[in-house]
Design a protein around this ligand. Structure first.
Ligand code: NAP
Ligand code: L37
Length: 327
């Protein structure tokens, strides 16, 4: 009984102490994160792009995008329909080509080659993962896309340029580019900060590392073999998580006041929802919200920014065609 009371008393004392410390550090501000809205930021990006597309129309150029899908994954269908909707809003001409899951790799490569040749298409993405009954070499397929139309930034040429810091001469992958935009929204400068990225995939973690590095952060990239991830995260001013592990990052791992960007999209069972499931990120939001300075929600965080950045890259590709034609 006494032990129980003193334990409770101790936690009250600790909470009070934390409150006092935070009050001193943050001038009386409560340590609750500011939510960075991807929905709102993406809307601003689309509005800006719409103006640029309207301007281009006077030169008779309408940016155009082709999304190539192999198979019929439910999640890909949802993401592609968001891309089509965003394109329509911005004034980009977008086409969705879905090949059946019985298609051969050669047929996919031939389709890509014909789009590469088609001067009326400025941007081409192959929505990953490929859903096929046949063996597909994903590297071969993503590298078949012309680097000039590779608005997903996944070809070796674009990834190589990004890794060397040639940021103005490449297409930056959409999800990390969206994360950078969200970090910019916080007003926290990246230069000189310690950033931790969790994940090293070609589509999220690796390009995120490169982008932060060339924006002059000192970057630590963690992956499935990293020991004591919590220790690394605890030193970071900026944390970007793309691990695909539901609610992995806990609030008590974080440095007080950090910027926390959650790329994760995970479906977990939830009996209270009509669908029986709900979407959560790779961050345990409730605990992280108490400790981070800025945090992205899921849904409504990085996801809509991924779509907006694809629109941005497509407009950029059309602008490059225009300026090279003018030279
Ligand atoms: P992925 O290809 O499966 O890569 C996951 C990465 O996380 C790998 O590098 C893996 O390490 C690492 N990892 C896995 N478990 C880990 C653990 N317990 N501790 C530390 N690192 C761990 O996934 P992805 O395509 O990068 O996607 C990551 C997440 O982002 C997923 O939830 C995905 O749905 C989401 N996503 C969101 C968007 C968006 O627009 N919001 C776009 C793309 C992806 P190894 O390399 O050692 O295997
Ligand atoms: N460019 N993006 C590109 N190329 C690919 O090959 N796979 C892939 C890719 N990924 C992708 O499009 N991801 C993605 C993920 C989430 C959203 C959009 C795109 C999104 O808008 N998510 C919403 C809703 C999430 C849900 O309910 O499932 C969100 O608010 O996060």
């Amino acid at each position: 009984m006494i032990a129980q009371w003193s334990c409770g008393g101790l936690s009250v004392m600790l909470a009070l102490l934390r409150h006092l410390t935070l009050s001193c550090c943050y001038g009386g501000r409560r340590s609750i994160a500011t939510i960075i809205s991807g929905n709102q930021t993406a809307k601003l990006v689309r509005e800006r792009l719409k103006k640029e597309v309207d301007k281009m129309k006077t030169s008779k150029v309408i940016p155009s995008l082709l999304v190539l899908q192999v198979g019929n994954r439910e999640d890909s269908n949802l993401y592609i329909s968001s891309k089509m909707k965003a394109a329509a809003e911005v004034g980009i001409e977008a086409a969705h080509v879905r090949l059946p899951n019985t298609v051969t790799q050669d047929e996919v490569l031939r389709t890509i080659a014909s789009v590469n040749e088609d001067a009326s298409v400025h941007g081409l993405i192959v929505q990953l993962p490929l859903d096929s009954v046949n063996r597909m070499d994903v590297e071969l397929v993503t590298n078949a896309v012309s680097p000039l139309k590779d608005v997903d930034g996944l070809s070796c040429i674009n990834a190589g340029k990004l890794s060397r810091g040639d940021l103005n001469y490449c297409y930056i992958p959409c999800t990390p580019n969206g994360c950078m935009e969200l970090i910019r929204q916080t007003g926290v400068s990246v230069a000189g900060k310690h950033a931790v990225v969790i994940g090293r995939s070609k589509i999220v973690g690796a390009p995120m590392h490169d982008l932060l590095l060339w924006n002059h952060a000192t970057v630590t990239t963690c992956h499935s073999k990293t020991h004591d991830i919590a220790k690394h995260v605890g030193r970071a001013d900026i944390v970007v998580v793309g691990a695909g592990r539901a609610e992995m990052v806990q609030g008590d791992w974080l440095k007080e006041g950090c910027v926390l960007i959650d790329c994760g999209i995970n479906h977990v069972a939830d009996g209270s929802k009509p669908s029986g499931k709900r979407v959560v990120g790779d961050v345990h939001f409730a605990s992280a919200y108490q400790r981070a300075g800025f945090i992205t929600p899921v849904p409504g965080g990085v996801g809509p920014m991924t779509v907006a950045m694809l629109m941005q890259n497509t407009v950029l590709s059309a602008q490059r065609v225009l300026t090279s034609a003018a030279v």
